[in-house]
Design a protein around this ligand. Structure first.
Ligand SMILES: Cc1cc2nc3c(=O)[nH]c(=O)nc-3n(C[C@H](O)[C@H](O)[C@H](O)COP(=O)(O)OP(=O)(O)OC[C@H]3O[C@@H](n4cnc5c(N)ncnc54)[C@H](O)[C@@H]3O)c2cc1C
Length: 389
């Protein structure tokens, strides 16, 4: 479903190429993986070989050096074609922390190999069981001992850890009660999981309502070379925040893609399916929820574009990225709900793929940040209301 753009779409060609690639991975492919909780290795390989996962890496490091809106167009198209970018979307943006804050040596070591997919950096270890949304209270601790750090602790919901070579880890390097501000004393590390697995690093898959390859990760005296610290020790929280606007805008773009998939599927069906001697789409009770969801999707789509434009202009689009993520996740959910209702009983049949997409898109009202916390952000940082937590 193409929607009118407020300007000529600079990424129309990329969308077309991604559409062709996605056509090789139809519903049966995703359905089988969903049942087995398998990883879409072939799909990820195809995206990697097409250069799509390295689009945000500058050309000097072997990437395509394209703007954020190009990455958004790729992920939106993947979702709109019925595929699932969650298996690899993080490969696009986690590297941003190394790009912005890494040393020259780290950039030279990692970015070219990430760009061509030889190295997979798509695990992001932030959330912990006891800290949840309150990131600064995380407990995983990295203690400096000579030329390395010794890491102890636990992460939860670390997606794709079993399908990634590297993890970007956020850990405390100074205890919270020994810092002036709670956002201080957190540091970011590149963890080579290939080297650490079985040597202080344990990964356990978590089975979830959708196929997301999420895990819990345990650190037991895991050694991380000091040279793998990204940026300055103690400033890691700031580095992670820097990357969150890009992540939220890209996830929002995926939700727009999901909404387009649901709306096309539902509109096609509503035109064809005849009950009481006429197409069900002739009934306003069927039309209105779809029209409502379309309007919500379009509004969210404009917010994604606004956020990307500000990001590309070098601004910090905290407001737009948060609102885009919230509005797009709500729009995709509304579209999914209307799609199921339009299909009646068939909406629940696996072979229609609707129930699978419905489960998949629900996540984005919770992760990477839940709606309540976005509302709190808007209240505090945009409307100037007192912090509520
Ligand atoms: C499938 C999946 C994949 C994920 N992948 C990753 C990953 O790769 N890496 C990673 O680090 N994390 C990942 N996450 C974690 C995700 O970011 C968190 O689940 C999310 O941030 C919410 O944290 P929580 O689950 O601990 O919920 P909690 O923080 O326990 O919150 C529970 C509920 O309480 C609400 N709440 C909490 N505090 C407040 C408040 N002050 N005001 C109002 N409401 C509040 C929240 O909005 C939420 O609805 C993933 C999660 C899932 C489910």
């Amino acid at each position: 479903m193409d929607t009118p753009a407020p300007f000529a779409d600079p990424h129309a060609e990329i969308r077309e190429e991604v559409r062709k690639l996605c056509a090789r991975f139809p519903g049966e492919y995703w359905r089988k993986l969903d049942q087995e909780r398998g990883y879409p290795t072939e799909f990820v390989r195809a995206l990697t070989e097409g250069g799509y996962l390295g689009v945000l890496i500058p050309e000097e490091y072997g990437g395509a050096g394209l703007p954020l809106s190009a990455a958004a167009a790729i992920l939106e198209t993947v979702q709109a074609e019925g595929c699932n970018g969650a298996a690899c979307h993080a490969q696009m943006y986690i590297m941003g922390t190394i790009l912005r804050h890494g040393t020259d040596a780290q950039k030279q070591t990692y970015l070219p190999t990430i760009a061509v997919g030889e190295l997979r950096l798509q695990a992001f270890g932030v959330t912990e069981p006891t800290s949840g949304t309150d990131t600064t209270s995380l407990r995983t601790f990295a203690k400096k001992e000579g030329d390395h750090y010794v890491v102890n602790g636990q992460k939860v919901w670390t997606s794709r850890a079993e399908h990634s070579d590297l993890m970007l880890l956020l850990a405390r390097t100074t205890l919270r009660d020994q810092t002036a501000k709670r956002t201080e004393g957190l540091s970011t590390f590149i963890v080579d999981m290939r080297a650490s697995l079985g040597k202080g690093l344990t990964i356990r898959p978590i089975r979830t309502m959708m196929n997301h390859n999420s895990t819990e990760v345990f650190f037991d005296n895991m050694i991380v070379p000091a040279e793998n610290l990204v940026g300055v020790e103690g400033r890691g929280f700031r580095y992670i925040l820097d990357g969150m606007n890009a992540e939220r805008l890209l996830i929002a773009a995926e939700c727009i893609g999901d909404a387009k998939w649901f709306l096309k599927k539902a509109s096609d069906y509503a035109r064809e399916r005849r009950v009481f001697g006429r197409p069900i789409g002739q009934n306003q009770g069927i039309q209105f929820p779809l029209a409502q969801a379309y309007a919500r999707m379009r509004a969210a789509e404009l917010m994604v574009r606004d956020g990307c434009a500000k990001f590309e202009a070098g601004q910090t689009p905290g407001e737009e990225a948060n609102m885009a993520k919230m509005l797009a996740a709500e729009a995709s959910w509304a579209a999914g709900e209307a799609c199921i209702q339009t299909h009646g009983g068939f909406g629940f049949a696996e072979e229609y793929d609707i129930e699978r997409k419905f489960r998949e898109t629900r996540l984005y009202q919770v992760a990477p940040i839940s709606t309540n916390l976005i509302l709190s952000y808007i209240a505090e940082h945009v409307l100037g209301l007192p912090r509520s937590y």
